[in-house]
Design a binder for this molecule. Structure first.
Ligand code: GUN
Ligand code: FE
Length: 445
């Protein structure tokens, strides 16, 4: 048994009463055993968190680890060109090694910035290597291979036969779903309606029910995308997803920028989860999602950075700040406040992945997924008389994350990553990308 005692911290619990107090957290193995004032336990590891703030680890519900190596390779494009001209050819050029280092690079960044759970979408091939990276790094993840069995402009190497796509997904699911006591879960990842046949989507619907796993896809991100879907399938995107029976509480839709009234009603009625990605939506010129309206309807909205080449960071502090401030010019200064986005980033994410009984808040019995912040610096001062959640959302940066625990394991301590060698990952990521770029068809570069 391992035991950790975190002492003297300001604890932002995000429990039902949203309690914030000064105290201690005692952890045995992967769980929080006690939380309160002046705890006296003998622990193997004691972390003195005086003048530090402990928060639930961030939960990012839309990430592409396979794209981390492509950071900076596809700037200043809108979604469909970004995919066709850059991202698909780059993804098609991945091999085992580049997939692994792409994942490790992304996870290193996520852990450093306090993210402890991700909903990840890999590429068509080499997903096993991403799962290996997830396993070794200690991050909590729902991940799956992307599914693409349609689309003239999809590179040959990424175009799958329907049954092969299903078979490969099920094989990965059987290998990884529930791994390490449930820290790793499988999620089916049909990329978006444009690149999936109806047959594939219907099989995914049935399999997600059979295996009780999530379906993670992109929807209604871009105007060109929804126009294409409407022309081809005769319905608007989310109406189509509902029409084929995919819209249910296990569906996680990234983006949802372009929804009409009926689609919003479907999302609410079916319990579909929305992953809001403000950084990506701005950089790809997709638009601004109507998150205040969705929240007013009590839709489950959480946050994600999306992939490195459309953001270009995987930093929840960026996403929280953007999620709050982009709404204000259109909907007024109170339309999205710090508390609301902090909830989206923590317990809201836990609800999206159906793990709110395990993560998303700091409470006795929950998994010890947390970040320790050092909010003692120029850019976050004064602290006196200022609400801590406001400081975190509007002023803090990822560099203020000092220590990260996932599943009761210290994965970063005092900024030093414990499950990976940072210098090795940086060097190998560069080497992998150099080799990958030689494999990309010359029309791209
Ligand atoms: N839509 C289909 N594929 C993608 C992707 O990789 N990223 C984003 N942001 N949108 C997509
Ligand atoms: Fe995405």
């Amino acid at each position: 048994m391992t035991s950790i005692l975190i002492k003297n911290a300001e604890i932002i619990t995000m429990n039902e009463n949203e309690e914030i107090f000064h105290g201690d957290i005692y952890i045995e193995d992967e769980r929080i055993i006690d939380i309160g004032k002046d705890l006296s336990y003998f622990a193997e590891t004691v972390i003195d968190a005086k003048n530090r703030t402990v928060i639930p680890g961030f939960i990012q519900t839309h990430i592409h680890l396979c794209q981390t190596l492509f950071r900076g390779q596809a700037d200043d494009l809108e979604l469909l060109d970004w995919l066709k001209l850059k991202i698909w050819p780059l993804e098609a050029s991945h091999d085992e090694e580049s997939s692994y280092y792409s994942a490790m690079l992304g996870i290193g960044e996520l852990i450093q910035s306090g993210t402890t759970t991700i909903v990840d979408m890999e590429t068509v091939h080499h997903t096993d290597e991403a799962f290996q990276a997830i396993n070794q790094s200690g991050i909590r993840a729902l991940s799956g291979k992307v599914m693409m069995d349609k689309g003239e402009e999809v590179p040959q190497l990424l175009r799958e036969k329907t049954n092969e796509s299903i078979q490969k997904s099920v094989d990965l699911l059987e290998k990884w779903n529930g791994f390490d006591g449930g820290r790793i879960q499988y999620a089916f990842c049909p990329r978006f309606v444009i690149s999936c046949t109806e047959e594939l989507l219907k099989q995914v619907r049935d399999l997600s029910k059979k295996y009780k796993v999530k379906v993670h896809t992109h929807a209604s991100e871009n105007k060109g995308e929804i126009d294409f879907v409407e022309k081809e399938r005769g319905m608007r995107n989310v109406i189509y997803l509902d029409h084929i029976g995919l819209a249910n509480e296990n569906l996680i839709l990234a983006h949802c920028v372009w929804l009409n009234e009926e689609e919003k009603r479907i999302i609410k009625a079916r319990g579909v989860k929305v992953s809001h990605c403000p950084g990506s939506n701005l950089k790809l010129a997709s638009g601004i999602a109507e998150t205040p309206d969705l929240l007013e309807r009590e839709v489950f909205v959480s946050l994600g950075a999306d992939g490195a080449p459309c953001n270009n960071n995987l930093d929840m502090f960026n996403e929280m700040r953007l999620a709050a401030i982009i709404q204000k010019p259109f909907h007024g200064p109170t339309s999205m406040n710090a508390k609301t986005v902090f909830k989206m980033a923590t317990i809201g994410g836990a609800k999206a992945v159906g793990l709110d009984h395990e993560i998303g808040s700091l409470e006795i019995g929950k998994k010890a997924d947390l970040a320790i912040l050092n909010l003692n610096d120029f850019h976050i001062y004064p602290s006196f008389g200022v609400d801590t959640i406001s400081r975190i959302v509007y002023s803090a940066t990822r560099a203020d994350v000092e220590t990260t625990l996932i599943n009761g394991k210290i994965v970063m301590h005092n900024r030093v990553l414990k499950t990976m060698d940072k210098q090795v990952i940086l060097k190998e990521a560069n080497k992998s990308m150099k080799r990958l770029l030689k494999r990309v068809p010359s029309i791209v570069y």
